[in-house]
Design a protein around this ligand. Structure first.
Ligand code: PLP
Length: 394
């Protein structure tokens, strides 16, 4: 049995520290916006190369509050990718704005920056790139377009904490970055949690009051806010885990490179691609080269295969975890039917949604587990290729 993600092993490795941190919060009963939240905010701001950080209730709220904080609302358009988790567009909808989709680059699965300008209208206020699977989008191009058209950039970093682009942390490049501490994320709590990071003091001050019912002074409310505070217990746990994030992200990269090596050389399997200033590469464990453009943190290791059902069947039988992130792109979801997109609107997002398959990925994954996963995947592809040849010959 190899799980997709192994939270138990991680907890057991830090049990005494985490348990002590939780006990300390219980003992001092400072449960709401206490010293642990403040400490985590300052640690994450610093690690993320930002001046400010605001702990909120979830990654979804981080996105929602970043948009609210920038006064995005009805009539405004936000350009984003259709190949992401629904939280990205939920946040846009929650402020009353309209998502405008742009297709993805099928190699990186991130927004295709060459198509962004064509989607800009007089109503566009924000570009909302999602650093999917932990790999930064082409931020130089996105920032150049944003500057030229006077747009904000709100980065969805739910999957990319610790990732960087040309030496800059994701989340520190645009106007704001939105993190998620959902348990399975690279830095996961024991429940929901999120954070907005920014270098914009005005935005920081605005979100700081929005998350606490829209008022700086208790029982005096300047505007309609909400209750979205990161929990003190979660902050205490996250402070312990944050010490290990850089090392965990490094292990994820090593695991990804090991997968790349073992799954290479096939036409029926596409491996995840990293951007470099020289073009796109598939890094290998043996290369020992630093990517000069981005440092991906492999929240997921996602391959693309034509015969996905066959591969999933084999993985299932072998007791190996796997998942599809995401089976239906957002422009084809019922919730967005009123936007008027249809099958064929974004062919790359649709094709990747039909072929993508995420394999087990977590820092504690061993080399022999990766070997097992790869041999099951390759065996499934061999069998399916053989079946195809036989049916063609018949
Ligand atoms: C790309 C993306 N955006 C936003 C979110 C929302 O984060 P949360 O689950 O913390 O609300 C997630 C988390 O699943 C995500 O993967």
């Amino acid at each position: 049995m190899i799980p997709m993600c192994d939270l138990k092993t991680q907890y057991m490795s830090l049990k005494s520290e985490i348990d002590a941190a939780m006990q300390a919060v219980c003992a001092n009963t400072n449960f709401i916006l206490g010293p642990e939240v403040r400490k985590l905010e300052s640690e994450i701001a610093a690690a993320n190369q930002c001046q400010f950080a605001i702990g909120v209730a979830s990654g979804t709220d981080a996105l929602h509050l970043a948009l609210r904080g920038l006064n995005i609302g009805p009539g405004d358009e936000v350009i984003t990718t259709p190949f992401t988790f629904v939280a990205t567009t939920e946040a846009i909808g929650m402020v009353g704005a309209t998502p405008v989709f742009v297709d993805i680059d099928p190699d990186t699965c991130n927004i295709d920056v060459t198509q962004i300008e064509a989607a800009i209208t007089p109503r566009t206020r924000v570009i909302l790139p999602v650093h999917l699977y932990g790999q930064a989008c082409d931020m130089d191009t996105i920032m150049a377009i944003a500057q030229q058209h006077n747009l904000h950039v709100v980065e969805d970093c739910a999957q990319s904490i610790g990732a960087s682009y040309r030496g800059h942390r994701t989340g520190a490049i645009g106007t704001a970055g939105c993190l998620s501490f959902f348990p399975s994320k690279n830095l996961g709590g024991f429940g929901d949690g999120g954070m907005v990071v920014t270098n914009n003091e005005e935005l920081y001050q605005h979100i700081e009051i929005l998350r606490r019912h829209g008022g700086r002074v208790k029982y005096y409310h300047d505007e309609l806010g909400l209750n979205s505070r990161l929990d003190e217990l979660q902050a205490a746990i996250l402070l312990v885990k944050h010490q290990h994030l850089a090392e965990w992200n490094e292990r994820r990269r090593e695991n990804a490179y090991r997968y790349n090596e073992l799954l290479g050389g096939r036409v029926d399997l596409k491996r995840p691609v990293e951007l470099t200033s020289q073009g796109k590469i598939i890094p290998m464990a043996s290369m020992h080269t630093e990517n000069d453009l981005l440092k991906a943190v492999y929240h997921q290791y996602t391959i693309q295969v034509d015969n996905r059902d066959v591969v999933m069947n084999h993985l299932q039988k072998a007791g190996i975890g796997h998942a599809i992130y995401y089976p239906v792109p957002l422009h084809l979801q019922k919730v967005h039917s009123e936007l008027g997109y249809r099958p064929g609107s974004f062919p790359h997002a649709e094709q990747v949604a039909a072929n993508c398959l995420s394999l087990p990925m977590f820092p504690e994954l061993t080399a022999s587990q990766i070997q097992t996963v790869c041999s099951v995947v390759l065996e499934a592809l061999d069998q399916s290729a053989k079946a195809n040849t036989t049916s063609r010959a018949a």
